[in-house]
Design a protein around this ligand. Structure first.
Ligand code: AKB
Length: 315
């Protein structure tokens, strides 16, 4: 892997993945591409960058040839709640963007990373210990684009030998970027609210148990998968990866250990609750553990402690 393009570089994952890749492969070798959200100064100063709409196949191919790209982390996508508000746009961005990237990867022999999600599952999927290979009948447009993306990546590998790899991410928690338009966003908002105001109104109801992961684990997972020995990969694409699973009240109690007067109330958003109710509680990630030695480093207690330390300047 020599020259890397990251789309969606200003999003929740991209804004942490780009600096990590620049550190590992050299700043000049990682091109940060964004479309709508403006980058911060660190991203601009840290290495090459460009504005790119992944739906524009001519622009995609121009950037790939201009920078002699041989690896793509294609992160540009609408998240679940935003996608549900505008399903046509979600299909356009999530599917046409991925198709253009896969086509460019085929023509210019690039490897490609595609982030799938717990959203690729639906209400008929086993919710506990969700197997790697199981029923996938998502009821959201986001989930439909994720399953289709997983299948398309498999297809491009089988048919055209494109080295397409990917993970099914849980909800991601980070202190650097506030996520926009996701169902698991509460698990980030709560930390900012706790640090700033010592109170939080949660939009998911008590007992809504979902898989979550701290961003440093997620970044490491993506990079480790892309570095993994291809001979060991039986699945290659759409690996379940898990780190912790909790409900809003369990997260609340973990935070309360550090901020004893923290309070939480509930104001349920029916749209996001319906999405959360259709997702699994905890995925079985044994395929990732076996095929490329995946291991999470952060559990609920370790993630909570570090999040509150990093956000202590807000108090
Ligand atoms: C979302 O909530 O939409 C994302 C996801 C779990 O894919 N964070």
């Amino acid at each position: 892997m020599n020259r890397i393009l990251v789309t969606g570089a200003t999003g929740q994952i991209g804004s942490e993945l780009v600096p990590a890749l620049r550190k590992k492969y050299g700043p000049e070798n990682v091109i940060a591409a964004w479309h709508k959200t403006q980058p911060d100064r660190e991203l601009l100063a840290g290495g090459p960058f460009c504005v790119l709409d992944a739906r524009d196949s001519v622009a995609v191919e121009k950037i790939i040839t201009e920078y002699r790209i041989d690896a793509i982390y294609h992160l540009a996508a609408l998240l679940s709640a935003s996608a549900e508000k505008d399903p046509q746009l979600a299909w356009d961005v999530n599917m046409n963007g991925l198709r253009n990237m896969l086509e460019a990867a085929r023509k210019f022999t690039c490897s490609l990373f595609f982030p799938s999600s717990i959203g690729a599952f639906g209400p008929s999927t086993p919710a506990d210990n969700t197997p790697q290979d199981t029923i996938q009948r998502p009821t959201t447009i986001y989930g439909i684009t994720k399953v289709t993306g997983e299948l398309l990546c498999d297809y491009y590998f089988r048919r055209f030998h494109v080295d397409a790899r990917g993970l099914r991410f849980p909800g991601l928690i980070s202190y650097k970027t506030i996520p926009k338009g996701g169902t698991t966003d509460y698990a980030v908002e709560i930390f900012y609210a706790a640090a700033k105001h010592k109170k939080y109104e949660c939009f998911l109801k008590e007992g809504t148990r979902l898989d979550m992961m701290y961003m440093p684990d997620a970044i490491r997972a993506a990079v480790e998968l892309m570095e993994a020995d291809p001979a060991r990969l039986m699945h290659r694409n759409a690996f379940n990866v898990a780190a912790m699973s909790f409900s809003p009240e369990e997260l609340y109690h973990a935070i309360k250990k550090h901020i004893p007067d923290f309070t939480m109330t509930f104001q349920v958003d029916p749209a996001r609750q319906a999405i959360a109710d259709s997702w699994p509680h905890r995925m079985d990630d044994s395929a990732a553990r076996m095929e490329w030695a995946w291991r999470p480093e952060y559990d609920l207690a370790a993630m909570t402690k570090e999040m509150l330390e990093k956000l202590s300047h807000l108090r």
